[in-house]
Design a binder for this molecule. Structure first.
Ligand code: SF4
Length: 211
């Protein structure tokens, strides 16, 4: 028998959750406005969403601030248009420590390899911890929408980490599917929302591409 893919699981889970009387809460790890655009559109009618901006991987600080500013701009617009009240939790930014403690140890890795796996895992772990402490029903990350990132890899990492937080459900996703990619491109072009040309850390600035 064929194993269910994460995307099939996602579709079935959404059907099930739509039947609930009350929306479950979802903590959504967010990295920027364009990556967040489709996940918000796709899930806001099913979940009570809170965004979690925790990205000490972004270099330099001006880039971090710019991405956060654009996210606020997009979420304000989204709330106005959809009559929602989505808020953003911001964790403190500390690239220096993040770089010294983690990234520099895998500085030679190509993008998408072990350094990135570690970077996804660190941010997913912090989202799981926050969701657990603050009693969210579900947690996820928007990173699966990136054309440069493997949804299978991110979901695989999350699956292992989530076993340590049985009180929170992880929402496995592939936000590239459905209308994800086209939607995010249209948001960036149509609304003039900033779309960065590198993933985040200083090593990724050698590999410019649209996220
Ligand atoms: S390229 Fe992106 S995911 Fe990979 S280590 Fe750098 S910031 Fe993290």
């Amino acid at each position: 028998m064929n194993k269910k893919t994460d995307h099939q699981w996602e579709i079935e889970k959404l059907k099930e959750l739509k039947q609930l009387k009350n929306k479950p809460s979802l903590l959504m790890h967010s990295c920027c406005a364009v990556c967040n655009s489709w996940p918000l559109e796709y899930l806001y009618s099913v979940f009570d969403i809170t965004l979690y901006y925790n990205n000490s991987n972004i270099y330099p600080q001006s880039e971090y601030d710019h991405r956060l500013g654009e996210l606020h701009k997009y979420v304000d617009l989204f709330n106005e248009n959809h009559k929602t009240n989505i808020t953003i939790i911001e964790e403190p930014y500390d690239y220096e420590t993040y770089h010294k403690t983690y990234l520099v140890k895998r500085s030679e890795d190509r993008e998408g390899a072990q350094r990135c796996g570690m970077c996804y895992a660190l941010r997913i772990t912090e989202a799981l911890k926050y969701a657990s402490v603050h009693k969210f029903d579900y947690v996820t990350t928007v990173m699966t929408i990136s054309r440069q990132k493997s949804a299978d890899k991110i979901n695989g990492i999350a699956r292992k980490l989530a076993t340590g937080y049985p009180e929170v459900h992880y929402f496995y996703s592939n936000f590239k599917k459905e209308k994800g990619i086209d939607f995010s491109v249209n948001v960036s072009k149509g609304l003039g929302i900033y779309r960065q040309e590198y993933c985040g850390c200083e090593y990724s600035t050698d590999n410019l591409h649209e996220e």
